[in-house]
Each structure stands twice: as structure tokens, then as C-alpha cells.
Design a protein around this ligand. Sequence first.
Ligand code: ADP
Ligand code: IPE
Length: 254
Amino acid sequence: MILIKAGGSAITDKKVPFSIKDEALAELAAALRDTEEDVVLCHGGGSFGHPLAARYDVCGAITSKTQREGVARINVAMRTLSNRVCEALNEGGVNAFALQTSAVMTTREGIIDWSNDDLIRQTVQKGFVPVLYGDAVHDAALSFSILSGDQIMLHLARTFPGSRAIFLTDVGGIYTTDPKEDADAQRIDHVTFGRLPFIEAGGSGDVTGGMRGKLNEIARFGDAVEMVDIIGLGEPGALARTLRGEHVGTRITR
Ligand code: ADP
Ligand code: IPE
């Protein structure tokens, strides 16, 4: 199984609310159409999820009327983004089948405590690409919480042993520092899971922690997968080459 996280930065412009990168979605569709592998796709909230989470303070316990309005708006926005992603995939020849994350996963204090893994598995077995996404989900302690696509990927990696995981973002991998802030930042071609916590990475101000949150999550993949690749979706052919096994961006191994 290949587990792919299309980061919000890869498929939307995080600086422009409700923007979509159509070319990136076409690139994703082309690469998925041409692979024989079983794939589970998960995408981030990007310009649909994060601005709403920030504006309505959807973070920690959901107790206020404003926060509940935020949860309701995120529920709609994420289904809209999921529809746009699935439409682009279907147009590009990939049979995508969306699974609304908040209907198949729940959390307790922000950590997944239930997931309908059988439905995900069945969707793959029937020849579809299940599409999950970071979402506002029911939480046993907090009422609702924002579940990141990165945490969903960790859950999938543990659920489907022997998988490969690929993270698509708007930069070509992990760099020594944020490449958008530092012109001298160098791409790190290879790193071990254990070294990830020591890499300098920004939080982007996102509720789910940006690149820092992503690296902290991926540091925990080592017990579930042999290898994680982080690559840029904007680089034409990069995903197709990674799916063929080539080392394109940053490769993380044990
Ligand atoms: P996504 O939305 O794709 O899941 P994020 O927006 O959370 O990803 O993180 C990607 C962003 O992280 C990049 O656009 C980059 O500017 C920033 N970043 C911060 N530190 C680093 C780093 N050390 N290496 C790569 N990118 C970094
Ligand atoms: C966040 O998911 C989901 C919402 C804000 C609703 P992610 O944390 O996986 O999103 P990206 O990839 O950073 O955009």
C-alpha cells in the first residue's frame, strides 16, 4: 500500500483563503493514474481549513458559540475541498472515493481513538482510491478537535503494515531551515526518523503545527514503515518518479 498525504500547501495557496492549485491536482491525478499500486490518499486543510480554524479559534476544548460556528464552517469547507480534489482526480482518470473523515474517525484529546479501518480497506479492495482529509472531528474530551492529515497518515501506516508513505508539500523536501525564509537553506536528502526532532522547522502558525508538527508526527513512523519520502508536488514528474521508487526529495529511513 502507498499512503500519500497531499499537504494543504501543495494543493492550495495557504495565503489566499479558499484557493486551489489546479495544476498541482492535475499533476497528482496524472501520477496516480499511472501507478499500479494500491493507494490511500489523505489531504490537508490548507487554505480551506486553517484560516477558519484561526478565525474561529477552533483549538483546545470547543465550548463557545463562536468555536461551534467554526467547527460547522470547517465541516463544510473541508467537504468542499475534498469534492474539488476528488473531481480533479476523477477527471484525471483516477477513481477517487471520498470518506468524510469526521464520519470514519474520532479522537480523544486530539489523538485518534476510533477509525473505521475496514471501510478504508474495502474501498481499496474494490479498486478505488479512498480520500481522507484533515478535519474537525468528534472528540471524547474536547467536543471536537482538529485532526491533521499527518496524524491520519500515522494511523494508516500502523493499520497497513509494510506500506510506503509519501508526503507532498510546496517545497522539495526537508531543508536545514525554512527555505522560504532562508535563501541558504539546503535540502536534506536523507535523514533518519530519530534525527527529525532536531531539524529546525517552522510552525507556520497553523493549528496543527506546520512543518514542525509534521516532522514530530513523522518521527513516530519508524515502527510502522521502512521509509517516508517528502517531496514537492509542484516539481513536474516528482511524484511519478517517487512512486517508481526513485529518491527525489528527502528520504527518511530507520
Ligand atoms: P503542508 O501544508 O504541505 O502539510 P506545511 O505548510 O505545514 O505543509 O509545511 C510546509 C512549509 O513548511 C513549507 O512551505 C516551508 O515554508 C515550511 N518549512 C518550515 N521549516 C521547514 C524546513 N526545515 N524544511 C522545509 N520546509 C519548512
Ligand atoms: C488540518 O489538516 C485540517 C484543518 C485545518 C481542518 P492538516 O494539518 O493536515 O492540513 P495542512 O496539510 O497543514 O494544510
